[in-house]
Write a protein that binds this ligand. Structure first.
Ligand code: SAM
Length: 361
């Protein structure tokens, strides 16, 4: 059963991470013959598919590599300066599995898979610019609204500073040109507003069921360990986002989305645009949380006014007509204007992204 879950996880990363794919296929075979992987995974035999035991196993090994404690495996890990040799990868992994069996078992049984993708800040930046311009036009204001950003399922909160990133677009820099964190957002098309206008975020807050404190080394390693070790650009993006987060900390509260949102939205705030944002969270929320989240938002939307507008901005996957494929859509709802727009589509990590504003039913 566990071996099957490892194989499932290996199929999901086959095209994008040959290293993780090879590791998980070899580990599945080792599990089936009762090798050392079975001792590392002891206690996780009945874990649910959704807890992705294979990725927890790969993450635990990656963490030891990043801590500099598995030098033979590090030689295969690009995130540690190595180069993968897939034919000898498993032999190197076996050495580490035998040497650190107990510690790896503790890591696997005590961690949940936790990702935070800062590439999603790019569609968020364009989406916020669009929302502030549209809300100002609806309210008959010349100046755009400052923003109160509320993120549900924020993980380590790495997407809570979209205005502090330098975005390289068409040879110019949008956002914060002095930022230590630079993104090439890979945009086709553009949001239909003036992107050079400064985006002001006057309040930011986030919640998560399992928040990660990126101000700590443990938090940084935790998020880093779940980036596939042959995806160096993504890994570096994460490190840059963590460095920025340490310069500009925003705490992420431990809470379920609806409970937290109800408190945040209890009173409308005048002269700011309140934006509720979530990315790649909806699929993990329980049906009860989804229903409650919708009700809380509908209640807040009914209380929104032109001077205290409310927006919902989401970046979530939707199955396409092509079998088994997903596209990630950026959707915007604005109250009291009653606007409902699909701003564009992209891939899961937010880069590249195509802007194409259409009505959203
Ligand atoms: C795939 S991660 C995405 C994290 C982040 N939004 C991003 O785009 O990088 C999904 C996150 O949602 C959180 N989550 C899932 N259900 C939740 C709920 N009901 N309330 C709050 N957070 C939740 C998880 O703990 C996890 O951190």
């Amino acid at each position: 059963m566990l071996a099957e879950l490892f194989l499932d996880a290996s199929r999901a990363c086959e095209a994008r991470s040959p290293l993780t794919h090879t590791l998980l296929v070899s580990a599945a075979a080792d599990l089936a013959r009762g090798g050392v992987t079975a001792r590392v995974m002891a206690g996780a035999e009945c874990d649910r598919h959704g807890t992705v035991p294979g990725l927890r196993f790969a993450g635990a090994l990656h963490r030891l590599v990043l801590e500099g404690r598995a030098p033979e495996l590090a030689e295969h890990y690009p995130t540690a300066g190595g180069e993968p040799r897939l034919d000898t990868l498993w032999d190197a992994a076996l050495t580490v599995l035998h040497e650190h069996t107990d510690e790896l078992r503790t890591l696997v049984t005590t961690t949940v898979v936790q990702t935070n993708e800062p590439g999603r800040s790019a569609p968020l930046f364009g989406g916020l610019q669009t929302a502030t311009h549209l809300a100002a036009a609806e309210a008959g204001r010349r100046a755009t609204f400052p923003v109160r950003l509320l993120e549900v399922g924020a993980s380590g909160g790495l997407n809570l500073r979209p205005h502090r990133i330098a975005y390289r677009v068409d040879g110019t820099t949008l956002g914060d040109p002095g930022s230590p964190f630079t993104l090439d957002p890979g945009w086709t098309g553009r949001p239909p507003v003036d992107l050079t206008h400064p985006l002001r975020l006057v309040r930011r807050a986030g919640c998560d069921l399992d928040p990660v404190d990126v101000s700590t080394e443990d938090g940084r390693l935790h998020l880093s360990s779940f980036v596939w070790a042959d995806q160096v650009a993504r890994f570096e993006r994460l490190q840059a986002a963590v460095a920025l987060a340490r310069l500009d900390p925003v705490p992420v509260r431990q809470a379920t989305g609806p409970e937290w949102l109800a408190g945040q939205l209890a009173r409308p705030e005048r002269d700011v645009l309140t934006v509720v944002w979530h990315s790649v969270v909806w699929q993990y929320a329980s049906p009860a949380d989804r229903a409650m989240g919708r009700a809380i938002l509908a209640d807040a939307a009914a209380r929104a006014t032109p001077k205290a507008p409310l927006a919902l901005l989401v970046f979530e996957p939707r199955r396409t007509h092509t079998a088994g494929r997903y596209e990630f859509r950026l959707l915007l709802k604005l109250w009291p204007a009653g606007l409902s727009l699909r701003l564009g589509t992209g891939v899961g990590h937010g880069i590249p992204f195509t802007w194409d504003t259409q009505p959203w039913d």
